[in-house]
Each structure stands twice: as structure tokens, then as C-alpha cells.
Design a protein around this ligand. Structure first.
Ligand SMILES: C[S@@+](CC[C@H](N)C(=O)[O-])C[C@H]1O[C@@H](n2cnc3c(N)ncnc32)[C@H](O)[C@@H]1O
Length: 459
């Protein structure tokens, strides 16, 4: 039988892939296919319509749930589900963890990497965990109504209005509602990235978990109209006295010219203060508006605790991709000397302040690209290198340079199991054995997953 786009099929979903899609298996005329279906879960029997047909692989759209999986639960964030950012929300949290663990095991086993894989560490309460939300101004796709919400996970120009969100701090939803209503009544329009018209770009809200600090950053297009926003800032700070910092972020973009970005501190403190407790020790961190900070502070405590365990006995440590210096600062008390490298200037500035705040003196921060900094700076050879790169993982150049330094151990914190696995293979070729991996669920209900791992150099 020939398969055609639009053809309807009944499928039993049996597993879940790395994108959070349910996977079923079909056999037609002796040919075996995997079929991926969005928003379906193991245990579902579903009716689907075929969208993509490849040799052994089909992708289909869910039309109807004929029999629901017993692991289905009611979603708490319908808008996040619609935007596609939380594809696992209708699956029980216990099963989310089970499938994330399975995915790590499957990928590493397929690559012939055989580390000890520890049980995934999930959250006791997998809601209200995010400390940073960025909402975009735009129009709804159907009726072109002014809205403030999330970009659709797949369709960049589609904005899904943000309703009562249970992933972030409870201040976010009322702040978004207030801001939307305020600007709806103004003459200002959402910025359209396609033709460059309109002023309003984004509203970012950053919050701390263990202090009361809350920061608002309004991002707009034209810096010459600064006064236009003063009334909004006055009203928002009156309505939300809990806001401890307010910023205006202006972007000036003209075709053929370099983009100018400027941060204007409007009121309150210049930074957020967050406190983390790592293995019964308190640490304090300042976070500037553009500096990176782990998005889930509860799980950041878990990740840093694991790094501390894996790092025991190390003396000269490099903390590469160090952000606001957190990992290096947590490790410095038991090390002789730590060097942190980070490309983002605000993060470096925060890292230097953070070392002071935590009375750490044996740490030095270097600003720049990891590869370039390590290439040009003569530092004492490390016995431990910790890397925590962005989703793209380590570039070949950086990986080879790090392995040529021959640290006895390497701790790799990764938010992308795919690029982690590729780097792990390259590290194996350079003599590093992947000893241990601990998955951590930093992003409940999403398909994302963090792993903390340790490699050791074979003699
Ligand atoms: C996943 S974050 C980790 C931050 C930090 N380890 C923490 O726990 O908060 C990755 C960091 O790498 C930085 N970064 C990205 N590319 C870089 C590069 N080529 N060289 C140095 N730092 C880079 C980013 O600015 C970001 O702060």
C-alpha cells in the first residue's frame, strides 16, 4: 500500500523521542516505519493524518485521541502548551522523568559510551520554577489583535498570548496583563521584525527564588523617544511595588548600519540578588540584566552540588563558560586557584562582584571567547576543567585545545544531550573516559534536559 500525505491512520503510541513527540511503530507490506506524533504519549491510541513520509520514518498530526494513556494528566499551562514550549505537560511528572532518563541511556548506549548513569534528579514541585521570562509584543495570528506573549515554538512570528502561567514567579502574569492593557491604550505599536515598523519589542521579567528581588526590563525600538515610557514606568512601579529594579533596553536598528543596544537603568537596584544553598553552604550572587543565570535556581543548587562532588580533590581548576562565576566560586574554597572564562561582559562584571560577595580571593576571571582566551593566555595547567557551554556544545577547536591541556578530570555540564554525546565521542578519541552521568530535570514539562558528567584521562 502506498502512503500519501493527508492519509489517516490509527496508531498505538509506544515511546517518546527527544523532541517530546510520541512514537508509534507501523508495519505495512513488510516495510517498518517509526511514526512521530506531536502531543501524544506512550499508552495513547490515536487517529493521525500523515504529514511527512520518509523511508523508515513518518511524521503525523494528531487528529483524535481514541484511547488516552493512563499516564495523561490535565495541563496547568494551556498557553505554554499551545506555544509548543511544554510538550510534556499532559504527561504525569513521574513519567516525564522516566522517559528523560531513558533518552539519556538510549543515546549514550547507541554511541557505545558506557558510563555509570545515575537516576535523574527531578523537582519536588515542578511548577513556578523559572526565574526569567521573556514575553514578546505582537499580534495574534488569526485576528491580528495586539498581544504580549510567547513566540510559538515553531512559527517565529506567531505570538501566543500568555495567560496565567504556572512555570514562573506569580508576579509575571499580572505584570504582563497590566503592561498589555497599558500599551493597548497608547499610540505605540508592537515591533514587526519583517518591516522594522513599531516600537515595542519585549518585556523581560527576572526574579530571585531566595530573596524578594524582581526585575523588569522593557525592550523597545527607538531610543530617541525615551520620554514616551516614563509614564508606564511610573504606573508599573506604583502598581507593583515589589519590583526592585526597572530597566529600559533600547535597540536602534537601521538597514546597512550596526545595531546599537543600550540599557537605561530607570529605578531601584541595578541587579538582582539571588542566594543559593549548596550542600548546606550559602552563596550570594548578583545578577545584572543581561548576565546569564541558571533559569531554575532550585535545580541550579542540585547541579552545583553534583559539580562539587565530581570536583573533589582538584587544585587548579578552569571554569569555562562561567557566566556570573557561580561554579568557580562554589569550587574555589577547596581549590588552590580557579580561572573563569566568559564572553559576555556583564556576566564577567557580575562574576568579579560575586567573588567579592562570597569572600573568594583565589579566583580570576578572563573575558572573551574560551578558545581565544586559552590560546593567548599562559595559565598554570589545570588538573580539572569544568565546561558548561551553550546548547551548541564545544567547538572542535575548543575541545582539542582543552584536551591538549591534559587535565586529569573534566566535568561537563550540558543542556543538550545531542551535542554532549558528539563531544563525548571526540573526548574519548582524545583519551577521556566518560565515567559518570547524572541527568537533572531543569525544565519540567519541556523536552529539555540537563546532564552533569565526569570524564577522566586514561593513563
Ligand atoms: C550555559 S551558560 C553557563 C553559565 C554558568 N556556568 C552558570 O552555571 O551560570 C553558558 C555561558 O557561556 C557563555 N558563552 C557562550 N559562548 C561562549 C564562548 N565562545 N566563550 C566564552 N563564553 C561563552 C554564555 O554567555 C553563558 O554565560
Amino acid at each position: 500500500m502506498d502512503l500519501k500525505k493527508g492519509q489517516e491512520l490509527e496508531v498505538n503510541i509506544e515511546s517518546l523521542n527527544i523532541k517530546g513527540q510520541g512514537i508509534g511503530f507501523l508495519e505495512l507490506d513488510g516495510q517498518k516505519y517509526n511514526i512521530a506524533v506531536n502531543r501524544s504519549y506512550p499508552g495513547d491510541k490515536v487517529l493521525v493524518s500523515l504529514r511527512k513520509i520518509k523511508k523508515n520514518f513518518l511524521e503525523a498530526q494528531l487528529l483524535e485521541i481514541i484511547e488516552p494513556s493512563k499516564d495523561r494528566v490535565e495541563p496547568q499551562n494551556s498557553y505554554a502548551l499551545i506555544s509548543g514550549s511544554t510538550p510534556l505537560e499532559c504527561l504525569s511528572y513521574e513519567k516525564q522523568l522516566f522517559y528523560k532518563q531513558n533518552e539519556v541511556q538510549r543515546i549514550l548506549k547507541n554511541l557505545d559510551l558506557d558510563p555509570q548513569i545515575n537516576p535523574i534528579i527531578g523537582m519536588e514541585n515542578p511548577y513556578f520554577y523559572r526565574n526569567k521570562m521573556q514575553y514578546s509584543f505582537g499580534v495574534t495570528p488569526d485576528v491580528f489583535e495586539f498581544c504580549l506573549g510567547m513566540h510559538h515554538f515553531k512559527y517565529k512570528f506567531k505570538i501566543v498570548p500568555a495567560e496565567d502561567c504556572k512555570l514562573c514567579d506569580p508576579i509575571c502574569s499580572p505584570l504582563v496583563d497590566f503592561t498589555l492593557e497599558y500599551f493597548k491604550k497608547s499610540d505605540l505599536k508592537p515591533h514587526d521584525y519583517r518591516d522594522g515598523t513599531g516600537d515595542l519589542r519585549n518585556l523581560t521579567i527576572r526574579t530571585a527564588k531566595n530573596t524578594e528581588d524582581k526585575m523588569l526590563i522593557l525592550e523597545v525600538q527607538r531610543p530617541e523617544n525615551l520620554d514616551l515610557y516614563q509614564d508606564y514606568f511610573q504606573q508599573v512601579s506604583q502598581k507593583f511595588p515589589e519590583l526592585t529594579s526597572i530597566y529600559l533596553h533600547t535597540t536602534f536598528q537601521r538597514k546597512g548600519h550596526k545595531t546599537h543596544i543600550k540599557l537605561h537603568h530607570i529605578s531601584g537596584k541595578e541587579f538582582l540578588t539571588e542566594k543559593l544553598n549548596i550542600k548546606d553552604k550559602d552563596f550570594t550572587f548578583e545578577i545584572l540584566p543581561q548576565a546569564f543565570f541558571q533559569p531554575n535556581p532550585t535545580q541550579a543548587e542540585v547541579i552545583y552540588g553534583l559539580v562539587q562532588d565530581y570536583a573533589k580533590g582538584s587544585s587548579i581548576i578552569y571554569d569555562l563558560f562561567c557566566g556570573t562565576g557561580t561554579i568557580g566560586i562554589v569550587l574555589a574554597k577547596k581549590a588552590q586557584r580557579v580561572y573563569g572564562v566568559e564572553i559576555e561582559p556583564q556576566s564577567i562584571q557580575a562574576a568579579i562582584n560575586n567573588a567579592g560577595l562570597n569572600q573568594i580571593e583565589n579566583i580570576q576571571f578572563l573575558e572573551g571567547d574560551v578558545y581565544k582566551v586559552l590560546k593567548k593566555t599562559k595559565l598554570p595547567n589545570p588538573d580539572l576543567v569544568v565546561v558548561d557551554p551553550p546548547r551548541s556544545g564545544l567547538t572542535d577547536k575548543a575541545l582539542y585545545l582543552i584536551s591538549d591541556l591534559q587535565p586529569k578530570s573534566l566535568i561537563y555540564v550540558s543542556c543538550n544531550i545531542k551535542t554532549f554525546a558528539q563531544n563525548a565521542i571526540a573526548l574519548k578519541e582524545k583519551g577521556y573516559t566518560l565515567e559518570s552521568v547524572t541527568p537533572v530535570d531543569q525544565f519540567p514539562h519541556t523536552r529539555h534536559l540537563e546532564v552533569v558528567s565526569k570524564f577522566t584521562l586514561q593513563k
